[in-house]
Each structure stands twice: as C-alpha cells, then as structure tokens.
Design a protein around this ligand. Sequence first.
Ligand SMILES: CC(C)(COP(=O)(O)OP(=O)(O)OC[C@H]1O[C@@H](n2cnc3c(N)ncnc32)[C@H](O)[C@@H]1OP(=O)(O)O)[C@@H](O)C(=O)NCCC(=O)NCCS
Length: 165
Amino acid sequence: MRIILRTANIGDSQFFFDLRTLPQYEEFFYAKKPISFSQHSQWFQARIESMRHFYMVAELNEQLMGYVRFEPLCFPDVFEIGFILHPDFLGKGFASEMLVKAISLLDILIGGRKPLIFASVLKSNHASLRVLYKVGFSQVLCEDLNSFGKQLIVRPKSVLLYFRY
Ligand SMILES: CC(C)(COP(=O)(O)OP(=O)(O)OC[C@H]1O[C@@H](n2cnc3c(N)ncnc32)[C@H](O)[C@@H]1OP(=O)(O)O)[C@@H](O)C(=O)NCCC(=O)NCCS
C-alpha cells in the first residue's frame, strides 16, 4: 500500500468540507462556528487558487484518505500545518506517513527551499501531538518565542510545535 500526496483541486472541495465538519473531530478545532457549504466553497476556491497556500490530498489505493494544508505565516517559507485523516483510516499509523510526504511535497512546490513549519495543537489532542513528535516536530518553549518572531501566538490550552530541518 502506498500513500500518494497530490495538490488539492477544486474537485476536492466536498472532501475537505466533509472532514472539517465531522462531529467527532469538532473538539480539536479552534473555529467552532458551523460552516455552510457555500461559505466553505468560496474559502476553498480562494485557497487553492492562492500561490501562497499549499493544500494537499492523501490517497491510498485511489481512495481519498486525508488532507494536509499549509497556511503561510508572515515570513516567507514559514507555514502553519493543519491535517485530518478520514475516520476509515484512523489508528493505522497512516497519519505520520501522510505528514512526511506532505512536507516533502511542500519542499518541491516551494522550489527546494526548506520551510519552517509550525503546528498549534490542543493539549487534549493526544493523537495529533504524538504524530507530530514522530515526524520530528519539537515544542516551542517560551524562551524560543522571540527568536521565532512576534507573529507566533500560543493559543489557549495548546502546544505550539515547530519543524525545521
Ligand atoms: C490526528 C490524526 C490525523 C491522527 O491519526 P491517527 O490515525 O489517529 O493516528 P495514529 O492512530 O497513527 O496514532 C498516532 C499515535 O498517537 C497515539 N494515540 C492515539 N490516540 C491517543 C490517545 N488518545 N492518547 C495517547 N496517544 C494516542 C497512537 O498510539 C499512536 O502512537 P504510536 O504511533 O506510538 O503507536 C487523526 O486523529 C485526525 O484526523 N484527527 C482529527 C483532526 C486533527 O486533530 N488534526 C490535527 C489538528 S492540528
């Protein structure tokens, strides 16, 4: 079985919406307001047409398995990562492979430069934290915040992590 990462296209809009609105994941997201499909569609189209955002879909045996998105922060080549796995694929260790492949694809898409990637995760989201540590993320400590720039905010009840080669 091989996980394949590809850039998202407009045909993936429903898949992103379905994963983002799954009730069992709601507790792990910061934005709690319900999102309509038309709001989502506008947002999604703008994101995938943007040259600064990188949205990707993971496929396994031609089935859509999950998504990874990289949101640009204020500095060039600095991103925040977000990711979701479809419930059919949970608990099988696929998430870390999906992230490793997504980061490799991001490297290629930004011309071989090595990005700095942040993740902001609720402390209660144990699976997500475990996956990020496995992939090589480290926790940003309070004393490191200044060296990363003032754009970084540690959200309430969250851990801020970073990945750098
Ligand atoms: C985060 C997510 C991608 C992880 O996928 P997953 O298939 O559950 O991950 P895995 O089953 O491979 O678990 C990852 C690790 O976390 C551990 N884990 C899972 N649930 C856990 C829990 N409740 N407490 C402690 N560890 C846990 C697993 O044992 C595994 O560790 P191991 O690799 O050492 O065995 C998935 O749960 C998801 O899509 N969640 C909703 C969206 C989300 O939270 N995204 C992240 C936002 S930053």
